[in-house]
Write a protein that binds this ligand. Structure first.
Ligand SMILES: *[C@@H]1O[C@H](CO)[C@@H](O)[C@H](O)[C@H]1NC(C)=O
Ligand SMILES: *[C@@H]1O[C@H](CO)[C@@H](O)[C@H](O)[C@H]1NC(C)=O
Ligand SMILES: *[C@@H]1O[C@H](CO)[C@@H](O)[C@H](O)[C@H]1NC(C)=O
Ligand SMILES: *[C@@H]1O[C@H](CO)[C@@H](O)[C@H](O)[C@H]1NC(C)=O
Length: 486
């Protein structure tokens, strides 16, 4: 029976624990240790290089025999084809492309990361040069828990993903009836409801008020500095927040609890023309995310207005995006939400895009803004092409964040068996892109032919409108892209 990869590792690991030859221990090494200790903290000077001729290491081979691993479909093909390598189910996956059985990885390694990131582990032959990391899984973020099981939040900002300077993200959960405390912050907040529903309310600097109920697929926006609260209904909720500042931190927001606690008690009492005793039961410390009393079902019971009335509909803080019908194209669909229809979010231009298995969000770039991307469902890969000659390919699954600096070219290819759903967020007045298909389709024929050495038959196929998504074969290991079932 062949030794498994695991037993191979086990037979190697004890090397790290073997006693090294010791000579003339130093004073430090002679200090008595705790009961049960043995050996020396440091090795002797005799271990300094170089090896003597009789001392050349004779080690077992580090090569992994071909019968101890499997290649996934596509691994044997030319590496420049860059076929997607699905490592989900292969035994002992190895970083091999292009019809060889090398190189292998004897470890140490975290196989789960390799399986999830096959394009980093086994890059397409076309990946070149140095490109900053473009992926952050919320699953690697610290998850901060609220009070008494009321929810949690985890974030991605420049501390996690240093290239993401223009935007940051937060993934937040509120348990049934829980609140995100009344608060405000320096950055503007754009939100997409992921599950369940919430009541949101806010008061602006003119004393106009806003209250609305939003559900999965809906969007809200709170301008910088405008105080607001968020309360889940009886079924709880989860949502995604995007901020227009890459260094935003969810742990550094301004909180009503701390506002009251961090000012002299007499000042707080004077401010409200009351007695100090009024605030004798302030919560101890911040509330942040905490259990609440169920909100009244009838929203009119929480519709407080002053002389300035409500925030006018044209400046509304919410958009019932879940009810917007998608624009469908072969291979997928797109819903755009930007200031043309949601004016208050004056710098947030977004698109919610679906891509069927085998299909691809076409090669494109954005002219004025970085792109912050969130994956809601399925799996995808994306290659960042950076001027002049670098590129790197990253793999994503639901719950990941992606980031592409302006104006780097990229595509998003569905690498899984279910519909890919992702969100593109730009800091722009209008959602737009440059489509590589359309660019070349609108460039004079002779110019295209002189640059790319392509024939007339190909130039004839170039579209004059953006495909947005291009259909493709769900079999990711074929070069026959016309075999689309769509
Ligand atoms: C919300 O979460 C529940 C529990 O996982 C799930 O059954 C439901 O499909 C989710 N709804 C949406 C809109 O994702
Ligand atoms: C709240 O009251 C105002 C009138 O004071 C009204 O215009 C508005 O429609 C009401 N409802 C909501 C949800 O704002
Ligand atoms: C897609 O389905 C095929 C078989 O139908 C399976 O072999 C493959 O692992 C699946 N890929 C993913 C990414 O789930
Ligand atoms: C590609 O696939 C389609 C559909 O399966 C088939 O009709 C076509 O002959 C294939 N083309 C090649 C070059 O194999």
């Amino acid at each position: 029976m062949k030794p498994s990869h695991a037993s191979f590792i086990l037979s190697v690991v004890p090397v790290w624990a073997l006693p090294a030859p010791q000579a003339s221990p130093s004073d430090v090494n002679n200090q008595p240790g705790p009961p049960g200790s043995s050996g020396s903290l440091r090795g002797s000077e005799a271990l300094l290089g170089y090896s003597s001729s009789e001392n050349v290491p004779k080690e077992p081979s580090t090569e992994i025999p071909p019968e101890d691993f499997e290649l996934a479909p596509g691994q044997s093909e030319n590496e420049n084809l860059g076929l997607y390598i699905d490592l989900t189910n292969v035994k002992n996956p190895q970083p091999i492309r292009g019809g060889t059985t090398a190189p292998t990885d004897p470890g140490p390694r975290t196989e789960a990361y390799d399986r999830l990131n096959s394009d980093l582990f086994i890059p397409p032959g076309t990946d070149e040069g140095d490109v900053s990391n473009a992926k952050w899984p919320f699953g690697l973020s610290h998850n901060r828990h609220g009070l008494a099981g009321a929810g949690w939040a985890r974030q991605q900002n420049v501390d996690q993903l240093p290239i993401a300077t223009a935007m940051a993200g937060v993934n937040m959960r509120l348990s049934p009836n829980a609140y995100r405390e009344l608060h405000w912050h320096k950055a503007s907040e754009w939100a997409l409801m992921l599950n369940g529903s919430v009541r949101i309310e806010a008061v602006n600097e003119d004393g106009q008020t806003f209250v609305d109920d939003v559900t999965a697929g809906d969007v809200w926006f709170f301008p910088a500095g405008v105080p607001h609260s968020i309360q889940a209904f009886e079924n709880g909720c989860e949502f995604l927040l995007v901020f227009d500042d890459g260094s935003f931190s969810e742990d550094e927001t301004f909180l009503v609890s701390e506002l009251m606690e961090r000012n002299p008690e007499t000042v707080v009492a004077k401010n409200f023309r009351t007695s100090v005793e009024t605030f004798s039961k302030l919560p101890d410390g911040q509330l942040w995310i905490f259990p609440g009393t169920p909100p009244p079902e009838d929203i009119e019971q929480q519709n407080v207005t002053g002389p300035a009335g409500v925030i006018p509909k044209t400046q509304s803080y919410s958009f019932h995006f879940s009810e917007q019908q998608p624009y469908t194209v072969p291979g997928g669909s797109i819903k755009v939400l930007d200031p043309e229809t949601f004016p208050i979010a004056s710098d947030f231009s977004t698109a919610l895009i679906t891509v069927e298995p085998g299909a691809m969000r076409e090669m494109h770039w954005h002219t004025t803004s970085d792109e912050w991307t969130y994956f809601l469902q399925g799996s995808a890969r994306l290659t960042v092409y950076q001027a002049p000659a670098s590129s790197r390919t990253f793999d994503f699954t639901a719950g990941d964040v992606g980031y592409v600096p302006v104006p780097n070219a990229h595509y998003l290819e569905n690498t899984g068996n279910e519909t890919l759903i992702f969100l593109e967020v730009l800091q722009a007045k209008r959602y737009s892109d440059i489509s590589v298909n359309q660019w070349l389709g609108l460039t004079p024929r002779q110019i295209v032919k002189d640059h790319l050495n392509v024939d007339d038959a190909f130039v004839d196929t170039l579209p004059k409108v953006k495909p947005i998504v291009v259909p493709g074969n769900p079999d990711m290991t074929t070069t026959n892209f016309t075999g689309s079932p769509l």
